[in-house]
Design a protein around this ligand. Structure first.
Ligand code: SF4
Length: 295
C-alpha cells in the first residue's frame, strides 16, 4: 500500500526520498527544517542577508580562476554544510574526470572550518580561505592567537613565557574532560597565574588560564600563514570572478527562480546555466575562425 502511494507521489517528493542519505541533501544536517515545502520537500527554507525567506537550492561552482571557466557544478540544499561538502565532491570529480588537481582553493570564510582545511591540506591543496575562528575576545583580554604553540612539547606558551600543559583531569561529564568535540584543553598552573602581573589582561575571572586547541589546528595554521602572503591577496581579487559569474547568472540569465522542482531539476537547470556561461566565456577566449579570402 505504501509502495503504491509512493509511486503516485510527485517526482520532486520521490527525488527527496531518494536523496535522504546524500550529503548534499537529506544527510547534510540532522536539524529538522523549520518549514518543508509540500511540492518540493528537498528545497531549503532560507533567507539571505536578512531578506525575506523562501524555498531554495544552492548552486555551487568549481571555477578555474585563470580562465573563468566553470569546471564543475553541484546542486545542494541551501545550508553551509551541504555547500562546503559539495566542494569535496567537485574536487574529487575533477580529479577523476579531467585529472585536474588544483594547487590552491580560493573560497570564503564558510570554507575555512577545521575539517575542511584539514581535508584540503591532506590532499596538498593550499587553502586560500579566511580561517573560521571564534576564539577572538571582545573584552580586551588575550585571545588564543596571543599564545604560542610548542608542537615539540605538546604545550602552549603564554605571553608571559609560562607553559600551559594538556588538561588531564577526568570528569564524569565528557564535556568537562580533557577533550570535547575534537578539542584539546591546555591549562596553566593556578599558582603561576595567581602571581602573574598580567592576570587581569589574561584571565581576570578564572583561577588559571585555559585555552583549547582545535582538531585540524595544524591545517588552520597553514591557512593563517598563507593569508599573510601576497599570493593570498591576489587570490582574494580573483575570487571576484566567482561572484561576477553568480551575479551574471541571476541578473542576465534570470536564474533567480527555478522552473524545475526536485534535486534533479535544480541540478539540470544549474548545469544548463553553467554550460551557457562557459560557451559565452569560450567564445571570448578562443579566436574567431578566419574567413577564406575569396569567400
Ligand atoms: S595569567 Fe597565567 S597564562 Fe596568563 S599570562 Fe599570566 S601566567 Fe600566563
Amino acid at each position: 500500500m505504501i509502495a503504491r502511494r509512493l509511486a503516485d507521489a510527485p517526482r520532486a517528493v520521490r527525488e527527496c526520498l531518494d536523496t535522504l542519505d546524500e550529503a548534499a541533501f537529506g544527510a547534510a544536517s540532522e536539524v529538522t527544517p523549520k518549514f518543508t515545502s509540500h511540492s518540493d520537500p528537498a528545497s531549503q527554507w532560507t533567507a539571505a542577508r536578512k531578506g525575506p525567506a523562501f524555498f531554495s537550492y544552492s548552486d555551487n561552482y568549481l571555477i578555474d580562476t585563470d580562465s573563468g571557466v566553470i569546471i564543475d557544478v553541484e546542486a545542494t540544499r541551501s545550508i553551509r554544510q551541504a555547500e562546503v561538502g559539495s566542494t569535496k565532491t567537485m574536487l574529487d570529480r575533477a580529479k577523476t574526470r579531467f585529472d585536474l588537481h588544483p594547487e590552491r582553493l580560493i573560497a570564503d570564510t564558510a570554507y575555512g572550518t577545521g575539517p575542511m582545511l584539514g581535508w584540503l591540506v591532506e590532499r596538498k591543496i593550499a587553502p586560500h580561505t579566511p580561517v573560521f575562528d571564534k576564539s577572538g575576545r571582545s573584552d580586551g583580554t588575550w585571545s588564543r592567537a596571543d599564545f604560542e604553540w610548542d608542537a615539540e612539547h605538546d604545550q602552549n606558551v603564554c605571553p608571559e613565557g609560562q607553559t600551559l600543559k594538556p588538561f588531564r583531569r577526568n570528569y564524569s561529564d565528557p564535556n568537562r574532560g580533557p577533550t570535547s568535540g575534537g578539542r584539546a584543553k591546555y591549562r596553566a598552573l593556578k599558582l603561576t597565574c595567581q602571581a602573574c602581573p598580567s592576570k587581569q589582561k589574561c584571565c581576570p575571572n578564572a583561577d588559571a588560564r585555559t585555552i583549547t586547541r582545535e582538531e585540524h589546528e595544524d591545517a588552520r595554521q597553514v591557512a593563517r600563514d598563507i593569508a599573510k602572503t601576497k599570493q593570498y591577496d591576489i587570490s582574494m581579487k580573483l575570487r571576484k570572478k566567482v561572484e561576477m559569474l553568480f551575479a551574471h547568472l541571476k541578473r542576465i540569465l534570470g536564474l533567480g527562480r527555478l522552473r524545475l522542482r526536485g534535486p534533479c531539476g535544480a541540478n539540470d537547470e544549474f548545469l544548463l546555466a553553467a554550460t551557457a556561461q562557459n560557451l559565452r566565456k569560450l567564445a571570448k577566449i578562443l579566436p574567431a575562425p578566419q574567413r577564406p579570402r575569396n569567400a
